[in-house]
Ligand binder design. Structure first.
Ligand code: XUL
Ligand code: CO
Length: 438
């Protein structure tokens, strides 16, 4: 039996809304049915390796603060295996069915690609065993193509072709392990795919390279018979001044331009949407309309700061709006709700990792219940439907069916003389209806 990293904490239980036990769920009840499906299946929660296991609370002004007993070693493969055990103990105790990794979160960088591969293979072999022992599954894997100095100018969009090859080799191995570990999907977040200044950048050439890179990934996926979808994760800036995958619309445009749309969905992250000046529900509608709503990185920013604070999502309006879209677009298939979130530097104790995940999972459970109740109530959906009633018959229906020309529109406008019967948008009423359910 491996050493326990959280000996004082058992499996977190659902105790119901009356409970005052900080280490219990008040709303997330994994087996409770909502719209005929269990909460666990609706949300498909995942714990992330990078923040939860690797984060130490350090920021650019100060050292790490966090008590992380698995972070004591020299960064060897042996340490990484211990860390993997801590990861699975945490994920089992919090009761999340999935986890996610970057290749280099899992295992240390080597001095060469061959050595890095060897390290990764050794730890991923342990992950396979831990998955089998615990029943925890991989939601998605990804390659960390942004930490190492070789990626300073980008990975797939680097000005240097050797770097492109290195990045491709890293993605190839990460895909192989994602397949081997039965990952439900695979993510591309272009950490340094962007620019700091256009003075040194051939943007068209870099975008073409990114298109080639993704086609190579699609070809390799077919070759190895990898099943789940590819996800692209938009983010507008940070670390670069402009990231090419800046928001959902930009990603969809890229995918269409390079003939890749059928192979990709989007992994949308709340804080990234906010950095793009968009709401999460906006990004979800853009992706959903294109049939590309794949998965979610659940977190939130600070309302007054302009950077990626990756806070745990505790805002009930946010989780309600998010779950409304998840339900509207038919629920997750391969994707899920992945806590790409970190505890604050001041929340340095081990317990805080549990408290933060409980806060996020409970907020999502409440969001799910509120969203289901809003749908059952039906007033908002009815209002939206009626708002478009003039499109259901007459000239509106003819336009929608592609059977009307500008001349037909002109004839119609001349006939009515002026528009009458416009109705109020009722934003305030609709907002107060949402409040009834929060
Ligand atoms: C960075 C970010 C990443 C991706 C995976 O802002 O969100 O952690 O989710 O590479
Ligand atoms: Co993310």
């Amino acid at each position: 039996m491996a050493k326990s990293f959280f000996p004082r904490i058992g499996k977190i239980q659902f105790e119901g809304p009356q409970s005052k036990n900080p280490l219990a769920f008040k709303h997330y009840n994994a087996t409770e049915l909502v719209e005929g499906k269990s909460m666990q299946e609706h949300m498909r929660f995942a714990v992330v390796y990078w923040h939860t296991m690797r984060g130490n609370g350090g920021d650019m002004f100060g050292w790490g603060t966090a008590d992380r007993p698995w972070q004591t070693g020299e960064g060897t493969v042996k340490d990484a295996i211990k860390r993997a055990q801590a990861m699975f103990e945490f994920t089992s105790k919090i009761g999340a069915p999935f986890y996610c990794w970057h290749d280099r979160d899992v295992a240390p960088h080597g001095k060469s690609l061959a050595e890095s591969n060897k390290n990764f293979d050794a730890v991923a072999t342990e992950l396979k065993k831990l998955q089998k022992d615990t029943g925890i599954k991989l939601l998605w894997g990804t390659a960390q193509n942004f930490v190492h100095p070789r990626y300073m100018h980008g990975a797939a969009t680097s000005c240097n072709a050797d770097v492109f090859c290195y990045a491709a080799a890293q993605v190839k191995r990460a895909m192989e392990w994602t397949k081997e570990l039965d990952g439900a999907g695979y993510v591309f977040w272009g950490g340094r795919e962007g620019y700091s200044t256009l003075l040194n950048t051939d943007m068209k050439r870099e975008m073409d390279h990114l298109g080639r890179f993704m086609h190579m990934a699609v070809d390799y996926k077919k070759k190895i018979g990898m099943k789940g979808p590819f996800f692209i994760e938009p983010k507008p800036k940070e670390p670069t001044k402009h990231q090419y995958d800046s928001d959902a619309a930009a990603c969809l445009n890229f995918l269409r331009e390079y003939g890749l749309l059928e192979h990709f969905q989007l992994n949308l992250e709340v804080n990234h949407a906010w950095l793009a000046g968009k709401s999460m529900e906006h990004e979800m509608e853009v992706a959903g309309a294109a049939g590309a709503l794949g998965s979610i990185d659940a977190n939130m920013g600070d309302y007054f700061l302009g950077w990626d604070t990756d806070q745990f999502p505790t805002d009930l309006y946010l989780t309600t709006q998010t779950m409304l879209r998840v339900l509207k677009y038919g629920g997750f298939t391969a994707g899920g709700v992945n806590f790409d979130a970190k505890v604050r530097r001041e929340s340095f104790e081990l317990d805080d990792l549990f408290l933060a995940h409980i806060a996020g999972m409970d907020a999502f459970a409440r969001g799910l219940k509120a969203a289901a109740a809003i749908r059952k109530d039906g007033r908002i959906a009815e209002f939206v439907k009626n708002r478009y009633a003039t499109w259901d018959s007459g000239i509106g229906a003819k336009i929608e069916a592609g059977k009307a020309s500008f001349a037909d529109c002109e004839k119609h406008a001349l006939k009515i003389g002026e528009v009458s019967g416009l109705q109020s948008g009722r934003q305030e009423l609709l907002e107060s209806i949402i409040n009834e359910f929060i």
